[in-house]
Design a protein around this ligand. Structure first.
Ligand code: GLP
Length: 255
């Protein structure tokens, strides 16, 4: 894992954006895994400003709420159109988001997995993290080898996401999410976390034991993970001075 600690979310996002933009320029037909939530908003803004060519890219989103229509303002489909897709030249037919209204949920989750495989797998997966360590919507105790499936949100996640919906009672309880096993197959994972509310989850994910109680800790098993943090999200890392030193003293070939 490479841990990048920057003074602000903006600075950490700039590094993440360079990484994503580098892939898009190098491989115009790359497969990007995308996330929602407040964390990647800055990244999407930055990528839009870079005026990259998205026309050949394929995208797969991590998750979606079950039971709300794609047009619902808080569906992750609406989120992605509003905050990214309508501002770039992505091809609609290359955008993939789990179908929260599917009649046959297991079938549609299986097809989502097949589609990812068919596209050649995900080159770079953008991830945020929940205050309970969830990635995608893989809540604590999710199987570390899980695949795309339906999950039930924890009361904590419902509380955390209530601000998007206006109130806790409006947050759907069920969601579809890529599994941890699905995420671990991406060739590169880019985890972003900002703010003190994420400090505990990040410390446990990066330095704690690998445990389904903090699903993001499964990323320790992945050969290529970049974690971009602001100071506040890095606050509880025991080795933060070491990570800073490593980043500041990278050999030229690795920069
Ligand atoms: C949601 C999303 C996750 C996201 C998490 C953190 O639960 N499904 O993908 O990482 O929220 O959200 P935020 O970035 O708003 O803190």
């Amino acid at each position: 894992m490479e841990i990048v600690i920057q003074p602000t979310a903006e600075a950490a996002t700039k590094i993440a954006a360079r990484l994503v933009a580098g892939l898009i320029r190098e491989r115009p037909a790359a497969v990007l895994g995308l996330a929602t939530g407040s964390t990647p908003l800055l990244l999407y803004r930055e990528l839009i400003a870079m005026k990259l060519d998205w026309s050949k890219l394929t995208t797969f989103n991590l998750d979606e709420y079950v039971g709300i229509s794609p047009q619902h303002p808080q569906s992750y489909r609406s989120f992605m159109w509003e905050n990214l897709f309508q501002h770039v030249n992505v091809a609609v037919k290359h955008v993939n988001i789990p179908d929260g209204l599917a009649n046959d949920i297991p079938g549609s989750c299986g097809r989502y997995e097949q589609k990812i495989k068919g596209a050649g797998g995900i080159d770079l997966q953008v991830l945020g993290i929940g205050t309970d360590g969830h990635i995608g919507f893989n809540e604590p105790t999710s199987s570390l080898s899980s695949r795309t499936r339906i999950k039930t949100l924890t009361p904590q996640t419902i509380k955390d996401n209530a601000h998007f919906f206006g109130s806790e009672k409006d947050v759907p309880h069920h969601v579809l999410t890529m599994g941890i096993g699905t995420i671990l197959e991406a060739r590169h994972c880019l985890l972003l976390a900002f703010g003190g509310k994420k400090a505990r989850a990040i410390a446990e994910a990066v330095e704690g034991p690998i445990t389904s109680m903090n699903p993001a800790s499964a990323l320790q098993l992945h050969p290529k993970v970049t974690v971009c943090l602001d100071e506040a999200a890095a606050a509880e890392l025991k080795l933060k001075d070491y990570y800073r030193w490593v980043f500041d003293h990278k050999p030229d070939w690795q920069k």
